[in-house]
Design a protein around this ligand. Structure first.
Ligand code: GSH
Length: 338
């Protein structure tokens, strides 16, 4: 068992070393399409709509990158990945980037040899239970059966939490969020645990959402963000600064409504550098002057993307919380565009 885990990791790292030799920016340009790894389906974050068009908060990162590099937010092939398959898909080169509620951890960075280019959602792990269970704290879950997705940090945090609190549990291992939802609703487990954003997204689809409670404990830090392979710095820069452009646009007041006007030039030099009417940032990135304009137009600035897909006006109803701009007491902080 131990051996196969070690082998698995070595294989992923080996694949990453091979795939990193090629320049992903050039590959994507030559292909005319971005291969973006996403979840198999988490409403609000990544799921196909009734017409089969992928929508969501994570999907928006892929579209922004495609807009910046290929001048077309729709030039994306979305590749659904599970908790287990996502890292092999990236290491092998099947996908150019992964934008799928993936937590930035030491071992994923250092051992699996990936590069997290930023954080698009600061999350933490929570628990959902049926109200009928009469439980009001995660510390009352001793002996519970727990639905849990394999290959996730969720699995590991769960073990830590129960160990710290001297409690036992029985895991019900599951591959996808849809399956977890089914199993949980069918009563195959007492509890569903995952990132709190995933719990909110899942509960929003329940017929009787009010019959389920999300317990108050958040037991971990889950900084979620897009990642690429180690070693391909040019590509890492493109994805990193595309995400930063969405975050900076919100801070600087650039929206999809005013971007055309602002792109012509403003009295704020940073806005001008971001949108390309001043300076040569696009050229430094191997792109043209208006790359960030296109990224922002794809789905709006970070705040617009958040509000449209997962914000308080959507069924998912997430507050900005830690994901507010640093100027509003949150953790979002894009480095300077200069
Ligand atoms: N953030 C954790 C957990 C991520 C995760 O896999 N969450 C589930 C539950 S929301 C998920 O995204 N499932 C998507 C799917 O099954 O398509 C990690 O990186 O390991």
């Amino acid at each position: 068992m131990k051996k196969s885990v070690i082998l698995g990791v070595a294989t992923i790292a080996g694949l990453a070393a091979g795939a990193a030799a090629a320049g992903t920016v050039d590959d994507v340009k030559a292909r005319g399409k971005l291969n973006c790894g996403v979840a198999t389906g988490v409403p609000g974050f990544a799921s196909p709509d009734a017409n089969g068009v992928w929508q969501g908060f994570d999907v928006a990162v892929c579209r922004a990158v495609a807009a910046a590099v290929l001048d077309d937010p729709m030039a994306v092939e979305f590749i659904p990945t599970t908790g287990k398959t996502r890292f092999t898909a990236l290491a092998s080169g099947e996908i150019d980037m992964l934008a799928r509620n993936t937590t930035w951890t030491f071992s994923r960075d250092v051992d699996l040899k990936f590069e997290f280019v930023g954080i698009n959602y600061y999350d933490g792990q929570g628990f959902m239970v049926p109200k009928a269970l009469g439980v009001s704290s995660a510390k009352e879950l001793d002996g519970a059966t727990v639905c849990i997705q394999t290959g996730t940090t969720t699995e590991l945090n769960l073990a830590d939490f129960f160990r710290i609190n001297n409690m036992s549990y029985e895991p019900v291992p599951i591959e996808t969020n849809a399956e977890a939802q089914q199993q949980y609703l069918a009563g195959a487990c007492d509890v569903y645990t995952t990132d709190a954003s995933g719990l909110a997204a899942t509960r929003a689809t329940f017929e009787n959402a009010g019959d389920h409670v999300i317990l108050p404990e958040i037991i971990s830090k889950e900084p979620l963000g897009p990642l690429v392979r180690h070693g391909d710095h040019e590509w890492g820069d493109v994805v990193r600064w595309t995400l930063n452009s969405l975050i900076a646009a919100e801070e600087l007041g650039v929206t999809s409504a005013n971007i055309d006007e602002m792109a012509a030039g403003t009295d704020n030099p940073e806005v001008n550098r971001l949108l390309g009417s001043e300076g040569t940032l696009g050229e430094m990135l191997g792109l043209d002057a208006t790359w960030a304009q296109r990224a922002i137009k794809a789905g709006g600035n970070y705040g617009e993307v958040f509000a449209k897909n997962i914000g308080e006006e959507t069924p998912i109803g997430l507050a900005r919380g830690l994901n507010a701009q640093w100027t509003d007491g949150g953790l979002l902080y894009a480095p300077p565009f200069r």
